[in-house]
Write a protein that binds this ligand. Structure first.
Ligand code: ZN
Length: 346
């Protein structure tokens, strides 16, 4: 495709001029990464599809509104706000099993001596990352997997770069410590009898993790064992993107293109899947003018008010001036009432 040669900046300029091919190219360029990000944060493929759809819509809108930030920053910022909102309502339910998350991409990691052990190590690394709070995981993902600089992450989260750096340093240290303990639990007992005795019959737990960590600080044998293996963040970075079900990429693109033309986001079940990436009725209307951060505000205040996909100022409690918009059904959770909206099922 000729779009492969064009930079994000070129494509973004063309998108701002209303070039549909440029928006499709950016979509294909970022689909796998963004879906993977949304899935790892929300741990539910339907939710991830909704996050992805909202993020692309908002990024397109931001570019068309002339906002200067790079496209991928718009995209991941929008995904961040939408994913966190959905995760808060999800109340910790983790729906997706681990298999989708632990495949290593051999081109991203080179440890010939450990080739046979890498799949297991990847599982161990994911075990450490999957059990933390979504916002902590998200921060690590933005840094380790998406390779954003702290200043870029700070812009997305609307905080200071220093506070991002501090949080990242703390989280990285905690993940590496936990991973070291898990590696020694599973791989270090034969080499160190003291460690073997220390663990006994215990299974993996917070107290076992702390005991192994204390032991590691003074045991050179275990320190040598640990050095044989890659770091947790190295393994996290090497995990292949979790794939979306067949057909979803094309379906969501069609919806985004239809939305751009008609102002209505159609919904339908995904081809080749028994699950619905976009629940029936979660229609989206939007003008091409509303900055995405205002859209976030509108959506979070006006959620579930969208009987006609038109703002009700009395319930939203602020004025939008002359901006033509509507979108409060955008953030409706998949299980909520889907009867009242203007979305047309495809
Ligand atoms: Zn030891």
């Amino acid at each position: 495709m000729d779009g492969q040669d064009r930079s994000d900046e070129d494509l973004t300029r063309q998108l701002a001029d209303g070039n549909e091919a440029a928006s499709a190219e950016l979509y294909h360029r970022y689909f796998a990464r963004l879906y993977d990000f949304a899935l790892r944060v929300t741990r539910d493929r339907d939710t991830a599809a909704l996050v992805l759809q909202v993020a692309f819509l908002r990024a397109y809108q931001a570019v068309r509104a002339g906002e200067p930030a790079p496209f991928r920053l718009h995209l991941f910022a929008a995904a961040h706000y939408d994913a966190m909102e959905r995760v808060r309502r999800q109340r910790g339910a983790v729906l997706e099993g681990d298999e989708a998350f632990v495949t290593l991409d051999p081109s991203r990691i080179a440890h010939p001596a450990l080739a046979a052990e890498l799949p297991d190590l990847a599982r161990m690394a994911w075990q450490i990352y999957r059990d933390v709070k979504p916002d902590d995981y998200e921060l690590i993902d933005l840094s380790v997997r998406q390779q954003f600089e702290p200043a870029e992450i700070a812009a997305m989260l609307r905080t200071r770069p220093e506070s991002v750096e501090t949080r990242l340093a703390r989280l990285r240290a905690a993940f590496e410590e936990a991973f070291s303990s898990l590696v020694l639990l599973r791989r270090g007992r034969r080499a160190c009898l003291d460690l073997d005795f220390l663990i006994g019959d215990a299974d993996w737990s917070a107290s076992v993790r702390r005991s192994i960590q204390r032991h590691l600080q003074s045991c050179q044998t275990c320190q040598a064992t640990r050095r044989r293996f890659p770091s947790a963040s190295e393994l996290l970075a090497a995990l292949a993107p979790a794939p979306a079900p067949a057909g979803w990429q094309e379906t969501i693109l069609e919806r985004l293109q239809n939305a751009a033309r008609t102002g209505v986001m159609a919904t339908a079940s995904s081809p080749g899947s028994s699950r619905m990436p976009i629940p029936p009725g979660s229609g989206i209307c939007f003008s091409g003018k509303l900055p995405w951060h205002l859209l976030v505000l509108v959506s979070s205040v006006g959620r579930s008010r969208c009987n006609s996909c038109v703002a009700k100022k009395s319930s939203n409690r602020f004025t939008l001036g002359s901006v033509r918009w509507s979108c409060s059904c955008l953030l409706r959770p998949p299980s909520s009432d889907a009867s009242s909206n203007t979305a047309s099922a495809a």
